[in-house]
Design a binder for this molecule. Sequence first.
Ligand code: AMP
Ligand code: GLY
Length: 424
Amino acid sequence: MSVMKDTDLRVLTVDGGARGHGLHCSIRKSPRVSRAFCTPGNGGIPDPDRRSVKDTDIDGIVRLAQDLQIDLVVVGPEAPLVAGIVNRLRAVGIAAFGPTADAAVLEGSKIFTKAFCRRHKIPTAAFRIIRNFEQAETAIKESGFLVVKADGLCAGKGVTVAKTEAGAIEAARALLVDNIHGPAGSSILIEECLTGRECSIMAFCDGHNAVLLPPARDFKRAEEGDRGPNTGGMGCYAPLPDVDDALLARIKDEIIMPTLRGMAEAGTPYHGLLYAGIMLTKQGPMLIEYNARFGDPETQTVLPLIESDIVEYMLGTLELSGLTKLPPLKLKPLVAVCTVLASNGYPGKYETGFPITGIEETSSMKFFHAGTVRSPALVTSGGRVLSCVGLGENFSIARERSQRGADFATFSNKFYRSDIAANA
Ligand code: AMP
Ligand code: GLY
């Protein structure tokens, strides 16, 4: 395939968020890449690189990749992966970074993944699979499990960690009786509630092997002190002082590798980026969930720490055992803190269209755009507007740089959490 060419690659990133802006920036810098595009992108993507096809429009993306004579498509979000965008691109001879639909099921069906973990003895919370409300009520009362999850994709809104039995039963009713997430919630899981600190482990995978990126921790709640509603992520830091090389090796051995072996044995080898949400419990690391893609805001936090050319590793994932030909990932001796700037009201209702000023980057502080658009001046267009990533030799320096940028960038109704990485 044309991606085996040494240089001169034409790459299309499919993503509209800050994750996509981060990927596009790293891909543009690759000596292997002659031309990089991003669709639908945002105000951070230079106009000549940006196209307007939505990430859910698979026919449109296949056509765009053909029109632009793309060699490699890098897919950001889960919905097109689960819907089979990688299969569709391959069918027309275009290489794509990401799993095929039958491997993306690790994110597409939480029930599949829990049953898979049970078969392959991968540590995860105890669970039951539930198909109707009566069964849910009985099982919650019997087991005392208070975590309720829709099976399918719900744009990050399908999980309830209830505090009481009544709360868990209500969450099950909302999914199974009120159908708040439609067919994605017509089968559900109830799970034991795990306690500990969470971490996000992202790995390039070639069907047999995994190359782990630096571990990261994201902050999902809207307000300081981890209060308020769940969001798509309000900040992040990496690498994690509490996840040393020994713990990372354990996560790889006990969780990632058995997953790759199980998927390969089933005839659905996993290629692309595998994201494991892990709970560090007293009994050891346990899998909370898999995502079949890069995390957001983990990606824009971790990529600036990577010295190696990530395109080499993306290409390495395309063929079975392709990563074994590559040297270990080279990292910069730095840490990163990402502060997300959002519009007041997010994750609920918010206003947009406000001019943005004060985006002034330095060599150790970068902005990655999400909800921004040029019309022609830069204005807000979404709930999460910008990710401001500070780099430094330690967390106090990186945090100070991230917050200085977050403070300096200005738009009406801006808010951000000032406690990201405060306890790093
Ligand atoms: P999401 O990323 O929307 O799937 O949210 C899942 C979040 O719910 C995780 O990041 C955890 O914070 C929490 N969670 C999921 N499963 C469990 C569990 N079994 N025990 C404790 N917290 C959980
Ligand atoms: N940061 C969580 C996610 O990307 O799903």
